[in-house]
Design a binder for this molecule. Sequence first.
Ligand SMILES: NC(=O)c1ccc[n+]([C@@H]2O[C@H](COP(=O)([O-])OP(=O)(O)OC[C@H]3O[C@@H](n4cnc5c(N)ncnc54)[C@H](OP(=O)(O)O)[C@@H]3O)[C@@H](O)[C@H]2O)c1
Length: 255
Amino acid sequence: MTRTALVLGGMGGIGAPLSRGLLERGYTTIVASRSGLEANEGQPSNAALSGRSVDLLDSESIEQFCSEFINQWQSLDVLVITAGTAALGDVAEIEPEDLSRMLSEHVIGPFHIVKRLIPLLEPGGHIVFLLSRMGRSPRRHGTAYGTAKAATEYLAASLALALREKGIRVNSVSPGAVSTPMFFENFPNRAPASALDPKDVAGVILRILEPEFDSLNGAVLDLEHTDRENPGLGKTGSTGTVDFRPAIGEHEIER
Ligand SMILES: NC(=O)c1ccc[n+]([C@@H]2O[C@H](COP(=O)([O-])OP(=O)(O)OC[C@H]3O[C@@H](n4cnc5c(N)ncnc54)[C@H](OP(=O)(O)O)[C@@H]3O)[C@@H](O)[C@H]2O)c1
């Protein structure tokens, strides 16, 4: 039977390798973001993807997207929420509107979509949220983004509790810096090797969709990384060097 996956932000830095991986594993894969498939036009694998437009900041756009999705696909096996931007800055630099935008993109919009699409998810369905180290380990410049990501963690955990009776699992992946457009926009001087490879983050998400992880629910997978040009050290976020811990593959699973 064909399985269906929806990746919000599916053409983004983490979303693109994830969407390709889902296609390779036989999922009918739909990517959705403000620009749908347009963001990466011309990529050979895109021909097999379906693209839809949705703006997490706009509840009308979400309603329209969900109604069309329900009409077209009727069932959903995997929903990964890897969309959004990062407004960084401390209290002097961040305005209430920035915090509101972060909460809309990372909490309210995703909640709206999950709520509308729950009826499509069958037992065995899986929802995956992208958290961030900044939401788990406060930074002064995380006033808006980190606060929203901390709230995303709570949302994911509460959904995991609420949906387990339906046999639907909700797990979260929480990386440090990942070398994607979001990262380079915020930290233009950082070397790609000082951050996680987005393929590795996508690989972890693909891995937890496998049947061997069927009992994983309500988990947060914290992804440490090693500076690939300086493998004795692991760097987190943008604020310094921490002790080396195992890289992906031996990640912690916190319950
Ligand atoms: N990169 C990092 O260092 C890092 C670290 C930890 C966690 N994360 C998290 O990982 C996830 C993916 O990040 P990424 O690095 O892959 O970012 P990215 O490359 O910038 O991709 C994010 C995608 O989200 C979509 N998007 C942005 N705003 C949207 C909105 N209002 N409505 C719908 N879609 C929207 C964008 O597509 P459109 O422009 O087409 O809308 C974009 O393709 C995010 O949740 C991020 O917070 C990233």
